[in-house]
Design a protein around this ligand. Structure first.
Ligand code: ATP
Length: 255
């Protein structure tokens, strides 16, 4: 079997006296949706931050397609095809929906002096291609008709779809989603499920942190449960929710 698209091994991370991660490991297989669940404070977001270079682990390894990338800056992960969305979508400000996509970080030639002097035609070509791509993505997530509206007026769910579209601009091979279902209406959740399935069929891999068990059950090929900074149980959704240790962890029963 080929190397997982992303793997973390024996990750430890302390914040002051608190061990947020204490030997957590996770492998995300290519072409799959991998779920990460667990009670509040289990370390899920911290692990996702380690997997995208936002948090540097105290110990352990991060491997991208088998290559050790531990400690690389977060923009390097993006360049290597790893994109993410956030639990709470960053403030989108007064920009319109379309502007938000046009100003998102993306793959593009450098914008240094040399670019300005010698590569203008290429830069313009790329700008045009990015504008076309932004339109295509907005149509895909059903927000094209709102393209010229201020993003601040979008519903919570629409903001999450827009955040996902921003991630897709990078044409990632892996997308890590931190609670995409939180604060999202049922119809937008259905749209999210449809979109993730469609992208998966196109070959994109996903890691998904979520408290909404409906989303996890609908989407995940495998599920990992964390508690107190480490792995507790792994398996299919049906297997993990039937496991006594998982029920106890959610109920706060000491292991
Ligand atoms: N930057 C930080 N500074 C201090 N403590 C932190 C920091 N980030 C996380 N923690 C702590 O680390 C622990 C794990 O937090 P984390 O957010 O990773 O858990 P989680 O499983 O994602 O929880 P939730 O489901 O509530 O989002 C928590 O006790 C949290 O308070």
């Amino acid at each position: 079997m080929s190397a997982p698209v992303l793997e973390v091994r024996d990750i430890a991370k302390r914040f002051g006296g608190l061990a947020a991660l204490d030997g957590a490991s996770l492998a995300l297989q290519a072409g799959r949706v991998t779920g990460l669940i667990g009670p509040n404070g289990a370390g899920k977001t911290t692990l996702l931050n380690v997997m995208t270079g936002l948090v540097r682990p105290d110990a352990g390894q991060v491997l991208l397609s088998g290559q050790d990338v531990t400690g690389l800056a977060t923009h390097r992960y993006a360049a290597l095809g790893v994109a993410r969305t956030f639990q709470i979508v960053r403030e989108l400000g007064s920009l319109t929906v379309l502007e938000n996509l046009l100003l998102a970080p993306r793959r593009q030639s450098g914008e240094g002096v040399a670019t300005g002097l010698f590569a203008r035609p290429k830069w313009w070509r790329e700008e045009r291609a990015n504008a076309a791509k932004a339109r295509e993505l907005l149509e895909r997530i059903g927000l094209w008709k709102l393209a010229d509206q201020p993003s601040a007026g979008l519903s919570g769910g629409q903001k999450k779809l827009l955040d996902l579209a921003r991630a897709l601009l990078l044409e990632p091979k892996l997308i890590l989603l931190d609670e995409p279902g939180a604060g999202v209406s049922p119809p937008v959740k259905q749209e999210l499920i449809r979109l993730i399935r469609e992208l998966k069929a196109e070959g994109v891999s996903f890691g998904l942190i979520e408290h909404d068990m409906h989303l996890i059950g609908e989407l995940c090929d495998e599920v990992h449960v964390m508690a107190e900074g480490r792995n507790l149980v792994s398996g299919t959704f049906r297997e993990v929710i039937a496991d006594r240790r998982v029920v106890e962890a959610y109920l706060g029963v000491a292991a």
